[in-house]
Design a protein around this ligand. Structure first.
Ligand SMILES: *Cc1c(COP(=O)(O)O)cnc(C)c1O
Length: 397
């Protein structure tokens, strides 16, 4: 939230296109003492006061206010079209900070194939505090029919992880608001470069900035963007009270990554589209899940709310876990690792890795087969990436 003496938001660029704002939002060099084009990393825990309770520039303590964090927060609020943003030590800390607004007995209707860590937080921790979680295939027709009256929050991931299911944000917002609930969208996979949930009616947007926003696999972080300024006050209080902030250094690194988001996403999307086509035409692949494929069930819904289809692809191998394991072993550019959204291409198997915390039976029910492979397509040469998969598929048959 705005604080006195903050040289951060950059109104000069408010009318500009996304790619311009990605480079300039959150920091105005002309308003800064030295004209620095990037914010200094304010590694300070506290600030001097002129007299008791009279901080000189409105800054008291770095959990509460830090100019480097504010620059990142303001940039994210601008790019998502929200009133305010709060950055956290991790994506999970941002999700947790959002849940702090709820109270026992409140119902959360959530996408069923959530990020594994979000599922764990909800089922193993938040539920102990009396929150009621109900999981649905939010991408299915009629998914929001008959939302119970005690629903307080609808919580979406779209595209979802790892099956890339697409949920209509506008339909979810309408259904949530009809019963007096709010809508939160985890926008980690799409980023505001491709999809801005607030424009479609969402009240909150979440990010693991560890992924595309940071973009270089060198910093863990999260963000919560709020549509309404009044809600912003509430979350500022929660972030400060619970201490879910990120460090000034991490805020700096994340902002540095954010500056090239528009450019990186273009390459991620173009290369992923080419690889999805290649995989779909490959006789050794059973099924390809990518929102950009005309054959994908969520394709039309994706077109309605995304400007391009992202850098994540999942596909199913007929030989199950054994064949998938062999494939990931043979890849030479795609590195076997969890996480996503960095400049380097990654490959992983959701069943034994990112989604191992989801019970096996439930995994199968939500489409996470043992032969499911997930790619995070990086910004390397697209032909090199295709050849890498080609040779790995050839020898894993
Ligand atoms: C990684 C991820 C998270 C959790 O973020 P961390 O930064 O790892 O805490 C939440 N949601 C999605 C979709 C993610 O990919």
């Amino acid at each position: 939230m705005s604080e006195p003496g903050r040289p951060s938001s950059n109104p000069k660029h408010s009318g500009h296109a996304f790619a311009t704002r990605a480079v300039h939002a959150g920091w105005d060099p002309f308003a800064e003492r030295t004209g620095a084009v990037m914010p200094p990393i304010y590694m300070t825990s506290t600030y001097v006061q002129d007299s008791p309770a009279q901080p000189r520039h409105g800054y008291e303590y770095s959990r509460t206010q830090n100019p480097t964090r504010f620059a990142l927060q303001d940039a994210l609020a601008d790019l998502e079209g929200g009133a305010a943003a709060f950055t956290c030590g991790s994506g999970m800390a941002a999700v947790h900070t959002l849940m702090l607004m709820l109270k026992p007995g409140d119902r959360i209707v959530a996408t069923r194939d959530l990020y594994g860590g979000s599922h764990r937080l909800f089922s193993k921790i938040e539920q102990r505090f009396g929150l009621i979680y109900e999981y649905r295939d939010t991408s299915a027709p009629g998914a929001f029919d008959a939302l119970p009256e005690d629903t307080r929050l609808v919580y979406l991931e779209t595209p979802s992880n790892p099956t890339l299911g697409v949920t209509s944000i506008a339909a979810a917002a309408e259904a949530a608001h009809r019963v007096g609930a709010e809508l939160a969208v985890d926008n980690t996979f799409a980023t505001p470069a491709l999809q801005r949930p607030i424009e479609h009616g969402a009240d909150y947007v979440l990010h693991s900035t560890t992924k595309y926003i940071g973009g270089h696999s060198d910093v863990v972080g999260g963000a919560l963007v709020v549509k309404e300024a009044a809600r912003g006050e509430e979350f500022w209080f929660h972030q400060n009270s619970a201490g879910t902030i990120n460090s000034p250094f991490d805020a700096f690194l994340t902002l540095r990554g954010l500056r090239t988001l528009a450019l990186r996403m273009e390459r991620h999307c173009a290369s992923a589209a080419a690889l999805a086509d290649f995989l779909e035409g490959h006789p050794g692949v059973d099924r390809v899940l990518y929102p950009g494929l005309a054959s994908f069930p969520g394709h039309q819904a994706a077109r309605a709310q995304m400007s391009a289809f992202g850098g994540m692809i999942s596909f199913v191998l007929p030989g199950g876990l054994a064949q998938a394991t062999e494939l990931v072993r043979r890849c030479q550019i795609f590195a076997l690792a969890e996480s996503l959204g960095g400049v380097e291409s990654l490959i992983e198997l959701p069943a034994p890795m990112t989604h191992a915390s989801v019970p096996a039976e439930q995994r199968r029910a939500i489409g996470i087969e043992d032969g499911l492979v997930r790619l995070s397509v990086g910004i390397e040469d697209a032909d090199d990436l295709r050849r890498d998969l080609e040779q790995a598929l050839r020898s894993s048959r």
